[in-house]
Design a binder for this molecule. Structure first.
Ligand code: FAD
Ligand code: NA7
Length: 536
């Protein structure tokens, strides 16, 4: 069995950077194990029509090297899936990473041996390797949520999940297509499929508040500006709670007079994108303020959508603006003015089962040639728990996290020594522009391993007390935030029936979180214990 200093699981944004710094800065013997047959992670699997990043390209890039940043030019304000996949392949080749990545290698089991402080890593194909350190860079949105709809086997049509899209793009020309899901993904895929399908039926459980993306091609001068502004953008992202390149508003919506408030909303709407939610400082914590944003968006939707019944369904919100991941779109609401698009309310009339020819809801049958599930992911914990992970004293991660994930800083789990998580539960992860959170984690992990090498430590492990204290901080950070009030929210495990209903990511801000992590490393890792074997 081949032995490595470190095994990294996953070859997305996180795994690639972690490989680079452990191998090229620390000189370790490292291997990346990746289930797919290519790099990209999210941007390998999510190749549905319209797949695109909602973070602007100038911010959705690695920032650890200015040279690398300048060597790549993005073509649009928001990069498409194929362009991000190309970018990650470019990074992979530029840093000569590919030779240390083993594709088609899905990890099924991770077993820790207390006798020799080594992880044994079992692959689904039967192969095994071992390592001192394991870094799970498995992604927080990579385990698809496929709702169980009875009688799937009798359905004669095709079924696709957006998060596991076939390499060979299916064709929807002249087909009757159904889409379940109106989250960020549904909102991207619906306008694209509507353009090609004979008929599109959208099954909506919960309407979403979407803001126009205002995407556009980037000119040569936009690209040069992004390079010139590298340091400025870096600083902005460093100080923004979500790692985005803009500043926070310090104005309360409820304390701003209506004319001024609408002027600011209009400006933000025209500018487009995720920064709309930062128009005012109190949209996520004050009812009155939140309602101003909610009403503004409702009005916009009603002005765009011609049919009043459809417009009512699209604005029949049951959660405050921003309490779920706010989507951005290109022609989403406009799509419902097309003659070939039909919106069905499955909150009122739930889906009961598949039929031979389509989908049966409580009040009607819809004939379909293809069904697209844009139903999201078992977020933050799903991919980790999909592996059988056994730590000290044969404790399994599934048992240990029965009541909800317990980590110190989302980076490390008591009883699972030398196992690090990138953007794990309890870290800011999905509440951020993720490349910023990923770089911060990978660097913290690399610094920690360097510290261990210098101090000749064998193991590092979060203490039970530090993890319990940290999870209290995670709950504390979200108190009073509307995040807690959205039904079915995947931030709360609400989209997966059997999942514990706890708020999973750290909502205190990436800026503050970074300071906490830095203080921990400066204190020689307060909250962690190290061991040394007798041989040292
Ligand atoms: P991933 O990219 O998910 O990579 C994880 C890799 O681990 C995958 O390749 C997977 O195959 C592999 N893996 C998992 N389990 C195993 C196993 N057992 N064995 C071997 N390999 C395994 N973030 C933003 O910041 N802005 C956005 O606008 C944005 N849009 C998104 C849109 C979509 C449709 C999705 C799904 C996510 C989006 N995200 C966005 C989040 C996105 O996941 C992150 O930005 C980033 O790509 C995560 O990188 P990662 O390397 O951590 O994980
Ligand atoms: P989301 O945000 O989880 O959205 C999933 C959608 O699917 C949402 O509208 C759900 O309705 C719907 N859904 C999920 N399960 C069901 C069932 N069982 N029945 C009916 N409808 C269902 O996933 P996305 O992929 O859009 O976005 C996830 C992240 O990935 C996001 O950050 C993007 O950037 C990429 P609900 O709201 O739960 O009622």
């Amino acid at each position: 069995m081949e032995h490595f200093d470190a095994i990294i699981i996953g070859a997305g944004f996180a795994g690639l950077y972690q490989l680079h710094i452990l191998r090229d800065r620390l000189g370790l013997k490292v291997k990346v194990l990746e289930k797919a047959d290519g790099v990209g992670g999210t941007w390998y699997w999510n190749r549905y029509p319209g797949a695109r990043c909602d973070t602007e390209s100038k911010a959705y890039s690695y920032y650890f090297s200015k040279d690398l940043y300048e060597a790549w030019d993005w073509s649009e304000r928001y990069p498409t899936q194929p362009e991000i996949e190309r970018y990650l392949n470019f990074v992979c080749d530029k840093l000569n990473l590919r030779k240390d990545i083993q594709f088609k290698s899905e990890v099924s089991d991770l077993i820790y041996s207390e006798k020799n402080n080594i992880w044994s890593i079992q692959l689904k194909n039967g192969n095994k390797v071992s390592a001192k350190y394991v870094i799970a860079a498995v992604g927080c949105l990579s385990f698809t949520n496929k709702p169980e709809i009875p009688n799937e086997k009798i359905f004669n049509g095709e079924i696709y999940h957006t998060g596991n899209w076939p390499q060979k793009n299916p064709t929807f020309q002249n087909k009757r297509v159904g889409i379940i899901g109106t989250g960020s993904t549904g909102i991207q895929v619906i306008p694209e499929v509507a353009k090609i399908a004979k008929k599109l039926t959208v099954f909506q459980r919960t309407p979403n508040y979407s803001v126009p993306a205002k995407n556009h091609k980037l000119t040569k001068s936009d690209q040069l500006n992004a390079n010139k502004e590298f340091e400025k953008l870096e600083q902005l992202m460093l100080h923004h709670r979500g790692g985005h390149p803009w500043t926070h508003s310090n104005i309360s919506a409820k304390d701003t007079n209506e004319i001024k408030r609408n002027e600011l909303y209009e400006r933000a709407w025209e500018n487009g994108g995720l920064s709309f939610r930062d128009t005012f400082s109190d949209l996520s914590i004050n009812n009155e303020s939140n309602e101003t944003a909610s009403n503004f968006i409702k009005e916009k939707i009603k002005n765009i959508v011609n049919d009043s019944k459809t417009a009512n369904l699209l604005t029949n919100f049951d959660h405050p603006f921003g309490s779920k991941r706010p989507p951005i779109d290109t022609n989403y609401y406009e799509t419902f003015n097309r003659k070939n698009v039909n919106l069905i309310d499955i909150r009122e009339n739930p889906i009961i089962s598949f039929t031979k020819n389509g989908i049966q809801t409580s009040n009607d049958e819809y004939e379909l040639d293809a069904l697209i599930l844009a139903t999201g992911f078992d977020a933050l914990t799903g991919t980790l728990l999909n592996m059988k992970i056994k730590g000290r004293k044969n404790i399994t991660l599934n048992e240990y996290w029965k009541a909800g994930p317990l980590t110190n800083l989302g980076l490390s789990i008591p009883n699972f020594p030398n196992l690090f998580l990138i953007t794990g539960p309890g870290s800011p992860a999905v509440l951020t522009n993720m490349p910023r959170a990923i770089e911060q984690h990978a660097e913290w992990i690399s610094d920690c391993i360097k510290f261990m090498i210098i101090n000749e430590n064998d193991t590092i492990e979060a203490t039970q007390l530090s993890a319990e204290t940290w999870i209290e901080s995670v709950y504390e950070a979200v108190k009073g935030n509307f995040f807690l009030s959205a039904k079915h929210s995947w931030y709360l495990g609400g989209n997966i029936p059997e999942k514990p209903k706890v708020f999973i990511p750290y909502a205190g801000g990436l800026d503050k979180y970074r300071q906490i992590c830095d203080a921990v490393s400066k204190s020689d890792y307060n909250g962690f214990v190290f061991t040394k074997s007798l041989n040292n």
